[in-house]
Write a protein that binds this ligand. Structure first.
Ligand code: FES
Length: 137
């Protein structure tokens, strides 16, 4: 919280300080937490709803930490034809792995495919995909 207080103090008295503070909070912590929203609202004499509204409006602001790993799951036509949508629907939420849609990894004949940590994983089924997500978490 000390770092948060420093950020807020560095903008003291500045007009239109909300966005610069939020950008600095995001840069320092990787996201704007509920605690940060509360502290910024208090410091700027705004309601938490006002600050939350700004945080949720701008896509640059995250309200939770960035997941550690990213799994790029191909959602293009060939992988769709091989069942990727059913696989994606079965994936359990894992807060440590961000699932991103990509549109063709160039290995259409061996789909469904995904890429993680620079490596392509082909011929995915529910078991392989689940194990892959677990290995990244
Ligand atoms: S469509 Fe999935 S790899 Fe090309």
């Amino acid at each position: 919280m000390e770092r948060l207080e420093q950020i807020i103090a560095s903008h003291a008295g500045r007009q239109g300080a909300l966005l610069p503070i939020l950008h600095d909070v995001q840069a320092a912590f990787g996201h704007v937490s509920e605690d940060a929203i509360r502290a910024v609202a208090s410091a700027l004499n705004l309601s938490r709803a006002d600050v939350f509204g700004v945080v949720s409006f701008y896509h640059d602001f995250r309200q939770s930490p960035e997941p550690r790993a990213v799994l790029k799951l191909c959602r293009a036509e060939a992988c769709q034809a091989r069942g990727v949508e059913a696989l994606a629907a079965q994936l359990p939420d894992n807060p440590h792995v961000k699932i991103e849609a990509v549109y063709c990894l160039g290995l259409c004949s061996v789909g469904p495919n995904a890429m993680a940590e620079g490596k392509v994983h082909a011929r995915l089924d529910a078991s392989k995909l689940g194990a892959l997500v677990e290995s990244l978490a």
